[in-house]
Design a protein around this ligand. Structure first.
Ligand code: SF4
Length: 346
């Protein structure tokens, strides 16, 4: 049930990120909106924000936000959560967004609700264009273990098949972790045989429940790099489009076609902008520093930012510093991210 005090205790704006997204090869502004804090799975690596209210957000507030973001130029809508398909007004939210004028609507989901064909057909009729379905292994017991729900593999798989049969655009997201890394190539092959041509590989993040369950989930990135390379090699040979997120940028020296777009890297830094500003302005460390850095794709970036910050404090300035310093002579973290990423982009 929706909390009646919702409007007093929160503001949906805090759960919205306006990001850049790629549609037809062209980066466009996308409105990412969390429509619920509830979920029907219980993933052991969930890094949902801890402050997220475990409720469905009211549709009138969601509609206002959709309109506001559309008026500010967003044309792509990404619905996420929690698990957005369990929001009681999920279908209405899609049709409202289409009437507002959104050109493309994507849902990020575990796909379990799409095992129900009638529900899926309603979502498509309302205007759903794409389902990005999170399923982390082709081995039922591994998926059930990661989602912490017995039978979730079978449900998500049925959801994927239903979406494919309905000609919906389907992408798979795999969170790469200790329990699925060694079989990653086989998982990609399995989903590719179902007709999936686009697969997102997301490196596990050292936050939320993932960090609590770190012993069963995190792996040494360098010592296991061969499994990632095998997966990328297989994808290259089979013309599978891989969207790699949050992996060490060094990995893509041999696979430049799979490197995440540079704006995604900048988006990631932007998502922590207040923490990075506190570091460059007041020397306040990020809460995750240094314990989690070995498991974080921002490790080298953060290291360089720290070093540069220390040098500036000691008054050591170079000409290139002008590329990322603001008028107050402090590092602008976004400009620094743009400067940093350039060396990896051909
Ligand atoms: S590398 Fe940066 S963002 Fe990542 S865990 Fe360390 S301090 Fe946090």
């Amino acid at each position: 049930m929706i909390n009646q005090n919702y409007k007093e205790i929160t503001n949906l704006d805090m759960y919205i990120t306006t990001q850049t997204d790629i549609k037809e090869g062209v980066p466009k502004r996308a409105n990412h909106i969390l429509i619920t804090g509830k979920c029907n799975s219980n993933c052991i690596f969930c890094f949902s924000r801890k402050e997220l209210i475990r409720e469905h957000f009211p549709i009138d507030i969601i509609n206002n936000v959709l309109k506001k973001q559309f008026d500010s130029g967003c044309r792509i809508l990404v619905l996420s959560g929690g698990e957005p398909t369990i929001h009681p007004d999920f279908i209405k939210i899609i049709s409202n967004a289409k009437s507002t004028g959104y050109e493309y609507i994507r849902v990020i989901t575990n796909g379990r609700m799409f095992a129900y064909n009638k529900f899926l057909r309603k979502a498509i009729s309302a205007g759903l264009d794409e389902a990005t379905i999170s399923i982390h292994s082709h081995i039922p017991k591994v998926q059930d273990y990661l989602s912490n729900i017995k039978g979730s593999f079978e449900q998500s798989l049925r959801g994927i098949k239903n979406c494919m049969n309905s000609n919906l655009d389907v992408k798979i997201n795999i969170v790469v972790n200790k329990s699925n890394l060694k079989d990653l190539k086989k998982s990609i092959s399995f989903f590719n045989k179902l007709g999936i041509k686009r697969i997102g590989l997301l490196r596990i993040m050292p936050y939320g429940k993932a960090w609590k369950n770190k012993d069963c989930l995190f792996y040494n990135h360098q010592n296991n790099i061969q499994y990632l390379k095998k997966a990328l090699e297989f994808s290259r040979q089979n013309r599978i489009e891989i969207w790699a997120n949050r992996f060490d940028l060094e990995l893509f020296k041999d696979y430049p076609e799979f490197m995440q777009h540079s704006f995604k890297f900048v988006n990631e830094v932007e998502s922590k902008i207040n923490e990075f500003k506190a570091l460059t302005k007041r020397g306040k460390e990020l809460f995750c520093y240094p314990e989690r850095c070995n498991y974080c794709f921002l490790e080298n970036f953060c290291k360089e930012l720290h070093e540069k910050n220390d040098k500036l404090k000691k008054g050591v300035e170079t000409e290139e510093d002008n590329l990322y310093l603001d008028n107050d002579k402090l590092i602008n973290p976004i400009k620094f991210a743009e400067f940093y990423i350039k060396r990896f982009v051909k």
